[in-house]
Design a protein around this ligand. Structure first.
Ligand code: ATP
Length: 261
């Protein structure tokens, strides 16, 4: 079966200046693939390029085996959903109204996130960050995408909400065959649910593999982060953005079965 999403030697960037280079990457239906990298490594740029928001500078993107140069709205019609760091909800509308906008199947959204049911009459702008992100993901998944691109799934959210969101993404892949490419900073948590991982360093993929392969290559992964990172004056031992931390000896914590948390 052809990949849902495939990049071959893909480069893109801003105003003719390339930021990500020669990317080779694929995501198959039913796979959850994580894109890791330090701040500024090029994760958002990669996601925007795949979505058709940035023009290709070189190489190609194929969706279900068909090379495409279409812009986002045409890719969206073909089943690609993009969720960016800015939560894609209408802040002045109620949850109920948000679930009626676009091609969103409100019933499906509430099946996926029953937590939203009691909030239906509340304005989205009054929801907590976690509730807003659940609404964002509910809206995206209720349109039944074939490919979901998610930039910063759980930025600034509490660990329990992070787990809830990652489990929902995993379920979309397992139950509906959605191909998921997700940028996520909670690396240890994401490694428990991802099928494969790519690590970007200065706009290039420097490591790829399964979570187990990454764990075995923890020093290289850490190196990719340190090479790009601006090292803060103090770091905390429980900073999960420090991949494959020394606390765990570089191994993912907890069970490795998909979706088990
Ligand atoms: P973060 O984790 O901090 O969000 P990232 O890995 O997503 O980082 P990008 O946002 O893709 O990284 O940025 C990669 C590089 O591209 C950075 O050097 C950044 O300054 C640059 N860049 C990002 N957006 C623009 C833009 N609109 N115009 C020009 N350069 C940009």
């Amino acid at each position: 079966m052809s990949a849902a999403l495939q990049l071959d030697g893909f480069s893109t960037g801003y105003a003719g200046h390339p930021v990500v280079h020669d990317l080779n990457l694929e995501v198959h239906p039913g796979e959850v693939v994580a894109l890791f990298g330090a701040n500024g490594a090029g994760k958002t740029t990669t996601i925007l390029g795949i979505a058709g928001e940035l023009p290709p500078h070189a190489g190609q993107i194929s969706l279900f085996g068909q090379s495409t140069k279409a812009r986002l709205h045409r890719r969206a019609r073909g089943g690609l959903a993009l969720v960016t760091e800015e939560r894609s909800v209408f802040m002045r509308m109620t949850v109920r109204q948000n679930l009626l906008v676009g091609r969103c199947d409100a019933k499906r959204a509430l099946e996926l996130f029953p937590e939203l049911d009691r909030l239906q009459d509340r304005r989205a702008g009054l929801l907590s960050g976690g509730e807003q992100q659940m609404l964002t993901l509910a809206r995206a998944l209720a349109r039944r995408p074939k490919i979901l691109l998610f930039d910063e799934l759980s930025l600034g959210l509490a660990p329990l909400v992070v787990t809830r969101l990652i489990n929902a993404v995993r379920a979309a892949a397992d139950d509906d065959g959605v191909a998921v490419l997700v940028v996520e900073q909670h690396i240890q948590r994401m490694l428990r649910s991802a099928d494969r991982v790519y690590v970007l360093q200065r706009g290039r993929i420097v490591i790829s593999g399964t979570p187990d392969e990454l764990a075995a290559n923890a020093a290289a992964v850490e190196g990719a982060y340190l090479a790009d990172a601006v090292v803060p004056a103090t770091t905390t031992a429980d900073d999960e953005t420090c991949v494959a931390s020394s606390q765990t000896g570089g191994r993912p914590q907890g069970p490795t079965e998909k979706g088990k948390t």
